[in-house]
Design a protein around this ligand. Structure first.
Ligand SMILES: Cc1ncc(COP(=O)(O)O)c(C=O)c1O
Length: 447
């Protein structure tokens, strides 16, 4: 493999960067080496590459930066925290901000999802939720409930629990059989809902797949059903009308825990704090990450219903550790400081409401692309939308070229296969939406 290096235009005095050592995640590294896309600065909805070219961030980084880039309030809070208390062992020791942030998160969650377990990423949140579900059923004397149900095209992170739940084939195919005892329902991308903004009329009956697994495996063996309310990374699959309600009813009828993976949907993306509130369906646990710190510090969390939490606590003797699980960086002081400053911004600037108000204009803009020949489908809800392009040769090739051309034309977004996912920060204005749609249209036409 040859040597690759890159001269950072914004730092002409510096020696060229060697590109050989850093192994980039979820990236065609050799393609990047040939055409590096180097970003050096961010502010609000904007990014700048090393040549000083400005780009609009149309996917909030990776669906994290809901309040916009480089918010001074968050940076200052992290700096203050790091010079006051940089670290404290999270096992058997606490610091006030962990408790403050848990209280603030619990104020945002629906129902009695008021017990908050901190982790460092969405992947860790998912694996933690799986373990909490198993511990709950052991505590309830139903330790036979060890199976999980998830969905095709799901993305639940990259740790082994999450990969096992996931239904995106490229994330699984190189890594063996993953965990046993996981069944996948069909996804909800149905032909009849193509080019339909919001929730489609068709497909609520796909929730009956859960019932098929109840009949096949026995509810007494199923611990939990995991779904993203809107499947994000696979390309914004919005739940059909009635679908989540039906899942909830089947879970209730058969004692199965319902877990919403809100890692992308959470913190305003759907117009409310969580998609659970937007769709009016309350799960038993929720996983979250990304927007919890506006992307400024790695952090995730599991919000757990009091019922589950109390059962696990009751099963452990007084003075005993209730859950043998946690990470060195669970509730890290800097992450908690970032989380508190972020939640202040969301509240003080009314960003969830701002997202809700922007949504119709945003979706109208995206759906105005329906006449472009390269477009195969459009979907969207809240301030998140997906544009499928017709494939050209190998799956994903055109989508990859699309996102690279977008970058060259001044727009950053996340593409998955032949799908581009648009989710600008919630501070975006109508003018920003116009610019995003204009660049998308120009680039799509030239594909
Ligand atoms: C729904 C969902 N779950 C889990 C994850 C994994 O999060 P992380 O990359 O922070 O591990 C993601 C990441 O995009 C996600 O969208």
């Amino acid at each position: 493999m040859g040597h690759a290096e890159f001269k950072v235009a914004s730092d002409p005095a510096a020696a060229p960067l060697s590109l050989d050592e850093y192994w980039m995640p979820f990236t065609p590294n050799r393609d990047f080496h040939r055409e590096p896309k180097m970003v050096v600065r961010g502010e609000g909805v904007w990014l700048w590459d090393d040549r000083g070219e400005r780009l609009i961030d149309a996917s909030s980084g990776l669906f994290c930066v809901n309040a916009g880039h480089c918010r001074r309030e968050i940076a200052d809070a992290v700096a203050r925290q790091l010079s006051t208390l940089d670290f404290i062992a999270p096992f058997t020791r606490g610091h006030p901000k962990q408790f403050q942030l848990a209280t603030r998160v619990a104020e945002l969650t629906p129902g009695d999802l008021n017990r908050i377990f901190f982790v460092n990423s969405g992947s860790e949140a998912v694996d933690s939720a799986m373990k909490i579900a198993l511990a709950y059923w052991q505590a309830k004397g139903q330790g036979g409930r060890t199976m999980f149900v998830s969905r095709e095209r799901a993305y639940h992170g990259v740790n082994f629990g999450g990969v096992s739940l996931s239904g995106m084939v490229n994330n699984r195919r190189k890594f063996g059989p993953a965990l046993p005892g996981i069944a996948h329902m069909r996804h909800t991308h149905v032909e009849e809902n193509r080019f339909r903004p919001g929730q489609g009329e068709h497909g609520a009956d796909l929730a009956e797949d859960l019932l098929r697994f109840v009949n096949l495996y026995g509810a007494e063996n199923i611990a939990a059903c995991f779904v993203e309310p809107i499947a994000g990374s696979t390309g914004c699959l919005v739940p059909p009308k009635g679908y989540l309600e039906r899942l909830r009813a089947i879970c209730d009828a058969h004692g199965i825990l319902l877990v919403f993976d809100e890692v992308i949907c959470g913190f305003g993306r759907t117009g409310k704090a969580f998609a659970a509130q937007s769709f009016g369906v309350t799960p038993d646990m929720m996983t979250m990450a990304k927007g919890i710190t506006n992307g400024a510090q790695p952090m995730g969390a599991v919000a757990v219903s009091e019922r589950i939490h109390d059962a696990i606590f009751a099963a452990a003797g007084d003075g005993a550790i209730e859950l043998f699980h946690g990470y060195t960086y669970s509730g890290h002081p800097a992450a908690c400081a970032a989380g508190l400053a972020t939640l202040d911004l969301y509240r003080d600037e009314g960003l969830f409401e701002r997202g809700a108000a922007l949504s119709p204009y945003f979706l109208e803009g995206i759906f105005s692309l329906r006449d472009v020949p390269a477009v195969a489908d459009l979907r969207g809800y809240g301030v998140m939308a997906a544009i499928d392009v017709h494939p050209d040769g190998a799956p994903g090739r055109r989508g990859h070229a699309f996102q690279k051309r977008l970058f060259d034309n001044g727009l950053h977004l996340k593409a998955t296969g032949d799908c581009a996912i648009v989710a600008p920060p919630l501070i975006a204005t109508r003018e920003h939406v116009d610019l995003i749609v204009d660049i998308l249209r120009r680039t799509l036409k030239a594909l």
